[in-house]
Ligand binder design. Structure first.
Ligand code: NAG
Ligand code: NAG
Ligand code: NAG
Ligand code: NAG
Ligand code: NAG
Ligand code: NAG
Length: 788
């Protein structure tokens, strides 16, 4: 204990010296911390100006190095190393580094970029409880993002880009109430995104690009401040994210999105940059994207978008980049894109556009590809079944009877019982390759005449719909849009974005098949377009998550709004019952429809279970067959015992192998003709026989009483020769023996003859006013009907 022997003044002096030195030390403890950080970072070039004499609080800030002090403590520290700085040597200790760093407890802003930091991000960082902004990009930090960060309630900006973080984006992220910028780009984060992201109402920037995130994007519609959403290069999908309308930049490039583009996108009035390239987006390319008020960059390349572009579409003059390449677009590139394009890049190769400049596929390629785009997303909400809807509204714009009955079912009214809505099994859209699909049926299909070609009908081209589009059209299959239930599923009325009405048939499949299995059916259905058929406009597949087999098929048909033929005959429609001329006209329409089904396409479609309640009239009173034997159901359901009643499937086979398969439809047509003549509903087979006999008698009879079997509207204004021709062909159609029934050509010839006879009488008669059946003119016309 030599020290103990020192004189006391020595001790005093020592203490005084110690105090002086220590007061200096205390003042600049942060300086020591900074110098220690310099050492721990292995003296990077950017800190080369730092030494013991540096007055840290009074040096000029530079973009690479900034120290800001407030009342003797450091509030901001920015150290930006040079790009590509390699990781620090082995002796670097991230733990010592953070232990040192937290000695600067007043830090509000901390940027430590490109310094070669390596190791896990320590939870100790949460001791910097004032921290508002943290940017530690471009280092080599790994491990999970520590949960301790969730306690840092003042965080506004958290940037961990270009590191090697793994693990999930955890639910606790949502508990940072003030967070405005969350950027985790270019890490190795995986798993699904937490729903809590949707509650971070202050979020302005959410950048999660270049990770391995998968699954759906949570509902972000409550993030009304969100301006930038960058999800590039992950495995996210399938549904287009739900966002607030203030988004400025939206990047979904290189993911697994495969839905349609929702109509809301057209309302993103601040959207400047939209990049959805390299996904499997399908459905219509909304031309409105080109004319969004703020858009300057639009990239939809490498998707499955369909649609017809035309030269006179409009676009935003400020667009500097447009890439439409590798989609299924048809038509012509809009002029507005090509005009004064000096400052604009416009790419559109590998579509089916009319252009000589960039390489394009033939139209058929886009069409076939569009047909093959299969799988669509599934939301929790399934089509709801409406409670007790009366089908007899008859507006059943649909198809098919898989069940074939030789006898006829005349069910005028059918009540649909309420069914409990079951929660469908979890489904998800998956990606389905649709490469090189060619159909033999496509080449086999032939048309009987030019007028039957696609496009001659004034209908839009057949296409694939996205489930979103159909959900949008039907208000999520709301019960108010439910029209009825057929043998294979429900029918909904929908209004598409272009405000056209459609009838959507939803077919639940009993057996699991891949989409490819259905492609030749779909292709055939797409050919079943004719003026006198309620024609198919498109389809949509919904698939199971587990094996991508099809769970439901939605078939979209044109909507024929003017009621059934029966309603025009027996009740009268809007106060008018059809005239004789109109009735022959309707019969001719139906016969032409049948002719098309039988011979317009190969193989023909027979045994269509034709009923007058399935004959719909459009606004021009053109009759259309709405329910025909869709090949899809005939084959699939016919093979599946559950799909069809046992007798039904048996008849189907009999019908298919019969030499007279076409004659079943002829009989059914005869029944419709009978109802056209007598003008009242026929609801049973027995009634058909009775009425046939009565009609036979009446045509021989002289007295008006017996003639009364014929509809008054007909008697009033028809030419006998015309009526007789129709009645005769009707009888022949109703022959018990199929071989005795006429061919559809024979039927057509006779009906056209009847129409001509009636017409020539109209031409000869002096009165040219109105239709012959106008009730006010009835007495005069009745004279024309002279049964002999
Ligand atoms: C900042 O860093 C960049 C690149 O790392 C370098 O070019 C530049 O000279 C640095 N500026 C200062 C003021 O150190
Ligand atoms: C770490 O190792 C480097 C040499 O690789 C050496 O220059 C440096 O001083 C060491 N740092 C510490 C804190 O030991
Ligand atoms: C993080 O800091 C670096 C260097 O200043 C900067 O380049 C980068 O943009 C910052 N990150 C974000 C997301 O602001
Ligand atoms: C992603 O981060 C790594 C470091 O983890 C870096 O080397 C690479 O350049 C970054 N990639 C991009 C595209 O920024
Ligand atoms: C959005 O906010 C409303 C009102 O606070 C809330 O009812 C709704 O659940 C929120 N939606 C989501 C997806 O968080
Ligand atoms: C151009 O637009 C007009 C009406 O806006 C339309 O009638 C016309 O068919 C369009 N022309 C082409 C080639 O699409």
């Amino acid at each position: 204990m030599a020290n103990a022997a020192f004189p006391s003044y020595h001790l005093v002096l020592f203490i005084v010296l110690l105090l002086v030195s220590s007061s200096h030390q205390l003042q600049s403890s942060y300086a020591q911390t900074l110098l220690r950080i310099q050492g721990l970072l292995n003296f990077p070039t950017v800190l080369s100006s730092w030494n013991k004499n540096t007055d840290f609080c009074n040096t000029d800030p530079s973009p690479n190095l900034t120290v800001v002090c407030y009342e003797e403590s450091i509030t901001q520290l920015l150290i930006i190393g040079s790009k590509g700085t390699p990781s620090l040597p082995q002796n670097f200790s991230i733990d010592s580094f953070f232990t040192t760093l937290v000695r600067l407890p007043s830090l509000k802003v901390l940027s430590l970029v490109s310094l070669g930091l390596w190791g896990p991000l320590s939870g100790k960082i949460s001791r910097l409880s004032s921290l508002e902004i943290l940017n530690i990009s471009s280092n080599f930090l790994y491990g999970t993002i520590p949960q301790e960060i969730s306690s840092m309630g003042k965080f506004q900006t958290l940037i961990l880009d270009d590191n090697m973080f793994t693990g999930y984006v955890s639910d606790w992220m949502g508990s940072l109430p003030l967070l405005a910028v969350l950027s985790l780009k270019n890490n190795s984060l995986s798993g699904t995104l937490p729903k809590s992201l949707g509650t971070m109402v202050n979020l302005r920037v959410l950048a999660l690009s270049m990770n391995q995130l998968s699954g759906p994007v949570p509902d972000l519609s409550n993030l009304t401040n969100l301006q930038v959403l960058d999800l590039e290069d992950n495995y996210l999908g399938p549904l287009f994210p739900t966002l607030g309308s203030k988004v400025v930049e939206l990047v979904l490039r290189k993911n697994r999105f495969s839905s349609g583009i929702p109509s809301e996108v057209s309302s993103y009035y601040q959207l400047q940059r939209l990049d959805i390239s390299f996904n499997r987006f399908m459905g219509l390319f909304p031309p409105s994207l080109l004319s969004l008020p703020s858009i300057t960059y639009l990239n939809v390349a490498d998707n499955k978008l369909t649609g017809l572009l035309s030269v006179n579409m409009s676009c935003n003059a400020d667009l500097t980049f447009v890439d439409l390449s590798s989609n299924l677009l048809t038509g012509s590139v809009p002029n507005c894109l090509l005009m004064d394009s000096t400052n604009r890049v416009v790419l559109y190769a590998r579509n089916c556009l009319a252009s000589r400049n960039e390489d394009q596929h033939p139209y058929s390629f886009c069409r076939n590809e569009a047909l093959a785009v299969g799988i669509i997303p599934h939301k929790q909400k399934g089509p709801k079944r409406a409670a007790k809807v009366i089908i007899a509204l008859g507006v059943v714009g649909g198809i098919l009877g898989g069940i074939v009955l030789v006898g006829l079912l005349f069910l005028a009214y059918r009540r649909v019982k309420a069914k409990v809505t079951k929660t469908p099994p979890t489904k998800l859209m998956t990606v389905n390759a649709s490469t090189g699909y060619t159909s033999k049926l496509l080449s086999d299909a032939r048309y009987i005449s030019q007028t039957m070609k696609l496009g001659a009908l004034g209908l839009p081209a057949y296409r694939t719909f996205s489930l979103e589009e159909l959900e949008g059209a039907t208000d999520n299959f709301d019960s108010s849009t439910f029209m009825g239930e057929g043998s294979h599923g429900q029918i909904y009325r929908g209004r598409l974005r272009d405000s056209s009405l459609v009838a959507i048939r939803c077919l639940k499949l009993k057996r699991r098949y891949s989409t490819q299995h259905f492609m030749h059916h779909i292709e055939l259905i797409s050919k079943l377009r004719h003026r006198h058929l309620v024609s198919a406009l498109g389809h949509c597949f919904e698939c199971y998550l587990d094996d991508s087999s099809v769970s439901r098929i939605f078939l979209v048909f044109e909507y024929v709004a003017n009621g059934t033929l029966r309603s025009h005959l027996s009740e009268g429609f809007a106060g008018h019952r059809l005239t004789w001329t109109q009735r022959i006209g309707a019969a001719i329409c139906i016969a032409k429809g049948i002719q098309f089904l039988h011979t317009g396409i190969v193989p023909g479609v027979f045994s269509n279970n034709l009923k007058i309640t399935n004959i719909l009239l459009d606004q021009n009173l053109t009759a259309k067959i709405s329910s025909y034997n869709l090949p899809l159901l005939a084959e699939n359901m016919g093979k599946a015992p559950i799909g069809v009643s046992p007798s039904g499937s048996k008849e189907l086979i009999v019908a298919g192998s019969s030499k007279h398969e076409d004659k079943i439809d002829i009989y059914d047509f005869g029944v419709i003709l009978l109802e056209i003549i007598v003008g009242r509903p026929i609801t049973s087979q027995g009634e058909v026989d009775v009425l046939k006999d009565q009609l036979r008698e009446s045509i021989m009879a002289d007295d008006a009483a017996q003639r009364s079997i014929i509809d008054l509207e007909v008697r009033r204004a028809c030419i006998y020769e015309s009526l007789k021709t129709v009645i005769e062909i009707c009888f022949r159609c109703l022959s018990k023996e199929p071989t005795e029934r006429p061919s559809v050509e024979d039927v057509l010839w006779n009906l056209q003859f009847a129409a001509q006879v009636q017409d020539s009488w109209r031409g000869d008669s002096q009165s040219s006013e109105g239709s012959p059946a106008s009730p006010s003119q009835a007495p005069a016309r009745e004279l024309a009907f002279q049964l002999q």
